[in-house]
Design a protein around this ligand. Structure first.
Ligand code: NI
Length: 169
C-alpha cells in the first residue's frame, strides 16, 4: 500500500478523527428508503456500509492495541462478508453506528496522541498484506472510510437515477 512515512502525525490524527463527521454529514439528511437501497442484490446499502465501518474500526482498534502491546503480533483477520451476513446488520440501528464509529475513533486517538515516532513504526503481521506498521493501520482506516463515503455517494446517485426513471415510466 502507499504510505508516506514523512507525513506529519498531527494532520494524520486530525484526518482520522474527522472521518466520522464526514459520514454523519453524508448520511444524516438521507431518507430511510435511500439508506436501505441496494444498487444490486450483492451490493451493500448505506445502512450496511455504516455497520461495516464500525466493525472495521473495531478490528482497527484491536490491531492497534496488539501492535503496541505485543512483539510483531499476528493481526486478527476480518471476513467482512461473514460479519455482514451473520451479525444481523439489517436488524440493527444505523444511528447507533454513527455514535459507535465516533467513540471508537476518539478512544483510539486518546492513545495515538501519546505515541512516539518509534511506536508509530511498530509492526504487526497482517494475514494477507504481511508486515504492517501502526502508521499504515491508521492510514488504511482513513482511506477505507473515504472509499466507503464515495460508495455511499454512488448509492445515492443510483437511487436518485432509479427514482427519476420510475417517475418517467
Ligand atoms: Ni470496506
Amino acid at each position: 500500500m502507499t504510505t508516506d512515512a514523512n507525513r506529519p502525525l498531527e494532520p494524520l490524527i486530525a484526518d482520522y478523527l474527522r472521518g466520522p463527521e464526514k459520514v454523519a454529514t453524508l448520511v444524516s439528511p438521507l431518507a430511510e428508503a435511500l439508506l436501505n437501497f441496494r444498487p444490486a442484490p450483492d451490493r451493500w446499502s448505506i445502512h450496511e456500509i455504516l455497520l461495516h465501518l464500525v466493525d472495521f474500526e473495531l478490528v482497527t482498534a484491536v490491531r492497534m492495541r496488539k501492535i503496541l502491546a505485543e512483539e510483531r503480533p499476528a493481526l486478527p483477520p476480518f471476513d467482512q462478508n461473514a460479519w455482514a451476513s451473520r451479525l444481523h446488520y439489517l436488524d440493527r440501528q444505523w444511528r447507533r453506528s454513527m455514535q459507535d464509529l465516533r467513540r471508537l475513533r476518539e478512544g483510539n486517538v486518546e492513545i495515538l496522541g501519546h505515541l512516539s515516532e518509534a511506536e508509530w513504526s511498530r509492526e504487526g503481521v497482517h494475514p494477507e498484506r504481511g508486515p504492517i506498521t501502526l502508521r499504515q493501520v491508521i492510514e488504511r482506516a482513513i482511506e477505507h472510510l473515504d472509499q466507503h463515503a464515495r460508495q455511499m455517494q454512488e448509492n445515492q446517485r443510483l437511487f436518485e437515477q432509479q427514482a427519476r426513471g420510475v417517475a418517467q415510466a
